[in-house]
Design a protein around this ligand. Structure first.
Ligand SMILES: Cc1cc2nc3c(=O)[nH]c(=O)nc-3n(C[C@H](O)[C@H](O)[C@H](O)COP(=O)(O)OP(=O)(O)OC[C@H]3O[C@@H](n4cnc5c(N)ncnc54)[C@H](O)[C@@H]3O)c2cc1C
Length: 474
């Protein structure tokens, strides 16, 4: 049995100030608490501090600082690189903090950082309100918001971070500060796309919008029609009104309904749609696609927004190993679409997935310097995701994703959406933020000069020896 690098005396002292469970290896619940979405991140923290409220988070941050501990912060546990769990150090687990309060008068909601989108949407839906989340309901609100947040309502209402009104943040010196346009505005700016670099958010305040149901679902095409339909989908999506957000996904169709028996286990192009406007207008818009590319399966209907949000939930399963790369698409050339088709035919796993996520609309209305989130003028994000079985050799699957990403580079913009990359690459983080990296680096120096919060797409404090690339290459 290995000894815990965090001393028993220190843990005992923390336990006097900490209300939630403090778990060490061998304790009941330790193995469940250290598991996150990506099964590749099989790590064993010296201590898991399961916070029940703001006071616990304050105590945990002060403890981490006092003992100079490697510190991981876990909200909804969906970090793709596995940043929310670490070996040996302290895992500050916020997943027990799931309260939300909706204020229908001002159309706002304040939520704790352990909440997932499913819980958030359920409560706001009770008031006929919603704010943009992602494309699934299983991810945490915390990590998704801080990295940006691309989802079904993006073209109509912007990124999730565009709908953040304020936040309570515990910064590295163990103080609680409020951040908004009026209070600590630089910190507030950094939180909208700068990731978890500046402190631990204990409350997120969001702007909500009146939204009850949407015209949603998907039109699905057999895999042998990829080359024919992808360009038709692209042309349709680029001309679509901002009420419509689409997500094209090349997958191996699951072995279940609603797929007919002859589509199950076969390649398919799944074009997910969300029309946030009158359903009859949405049907008319979608008819433009149906008329040029008749679907093999039409699953579009009016549904509640929470139902749409959970439509893809059972796709990328919890606890399995995954690897992911992504790029902001430049112009979507026919050649880029050919690359998608060719790379799909070289897939390595039944869990391989290739995405084209549509941006534009309200996302592009927000100025490039208004938030750290970069590449707002892009029309699509390409994402290549690969999964394999626990115990299997990951290398061919990782290589497939990397090679696919590399093949698309001539058709991609610089940088990456920080929430969509499995690799830690400082140069690429700098390239992503471009000239804004310097500003982020100064905010980091003010709120976390010792880089306590470094398990993330890390921004180095301006005091460190940083060479800032105004425009780097990826
Ligand atoms: C299955 C799946 C689907 C996804 N779909 C989408 C999507 O549709 N749209 C999209 O934009 N992204 C999507 N993502 C990416 C997602 O936004 C990020 O993985 C995000 O970090 C998840 O947040 P979390 O709180 O669940 O993660 P966690 O693993 O808990 O946290 C991730 C990181 O966020 C930071 N963090 C978490 N909580 C806090 C906090 N309270 N204060 C400060 N920092 C904190 C930490 O750096 C932490 O390492 C998806 C990811 C997965 C795995």
């Amino acid at each position: 049995m290995t000894t815990n690098p965090i001393s028993a005396t220190a843990i005992s002292e923390l336990s006097r100030r900490f209300a939630g469970p403090l778990l060490q290896s061998g304790d009941d619940g330790y193995d469940d608490a250290r598991q996150i979405w990506n099964g590749s991140a099989d790590r064993r923290p010296g201590l898991i501090a399961r916070c029940t409220g703001v006071q616990d988070v304050l105590s945990a941050v002060r403890f981490a600082k006092a003992h100079d501990l490697l510190t991981a912060v876990r909200g909804g546990g969906h970090s793709i690189p596995g940043h929310s769990v670490c070996d040996d150090g302290l895992m500050i687990d916020l997943s027990l903090m799931t309260a939300i309060r909706v204020d229908p008068r001002f159309r706002t909601a304040v939520a704790q950082p352990g909440l997932k989108w499913g819980g958030f949407d359920r409560e706001t839906h009770a008031f006929g309100l919603a704010t943009p989340g992602g494309y699934v309901s299983t991810t945490g609100i915390a990590g998704l918001t801080l990295g940006g947040g691309i989802g079904w309502l993006g073209r109509k209402y912007g990124l999730t971070c565009d709908n953040l009104i304020s936040a309570d943040v515990i910064v590295a010196d163990g103080e609680l500060v409020h951040a908004s346009e009026d209070e600590n505005p630089e910190l507030f700016w950094g939180l909208r796309g700068g990731g978890g670099n500046f402190g631990i958010v204990t409350a997120f305040e969001y702007q909500l919008h009146a939204l009850d149901s949407v015209l949603g679902g998907a039109v699905v095409y057999r895999g042998d029609r990829l080359a024919e339909v992808l360009p038709q989908f692209r042309d349709f999506a680029l001309a679509a009104p901002r009420e419509l957000t689409t997500l094209a996904l090349i997958i191996t169709a699951p072995e279940r309904a609603p797929y007919p028996p002859d589509m199950r286990g076969q390649s398919a192009l799944f074009v997910g749609v969300c029309f946030a406007g009158p359903a009859e207008d949405g049907q008319a818009v979608l008819d433009d696609l149906r008329s040029v590319a008749k679907p093999d399966l039409d699953l579009v209907k009016e549904m509640s927004y929470p139902r749409l949000q959970s439509m893809l939930d059972d796709g990328p399963g919890w606890g399995l190993p995954w690897y992911e790369k992504a790029s902001f698409a430049d112009v979507i050339t026919d050649e880029a679409l050919d690359i998608l088709v060719t790379r799909w035919s070289a897939r390595t796993s039944p869990r391989t997935q290739l995405y084209m996520q549509q941006m534009g609309g309200r996302i592009a209305d927000v100025g490039e310097d208004d938030t750290p989130f970069s590449n707002r003028d892009t029309q699509f994000v390409y994402m290549m995701m690969n999964g394999w079985e626990l115990g299997e050799d990951p290398r061919p699957h990782v290589a497939w994703a990397r090679e696919t990403w590399a093949a698309l580079q001539p058709h991609s913009k610089r940088g990456v959406y920080v929430n969509f990359d499995s690799d830690d690459d400082e140069t690429r983080v700098q390239a992503t933020y471009g000239p804004k990296y310097q500003r982020l680096s100064e905010i980091k120096a003010q709120y976390d000069p010792g880089n306590l919060f470094r398990l993330n797409q890390n921004i180095l404090p301006a005091t460190a020896d940083v060479t800032v690339a105004a425009s780097g290459s990826v």
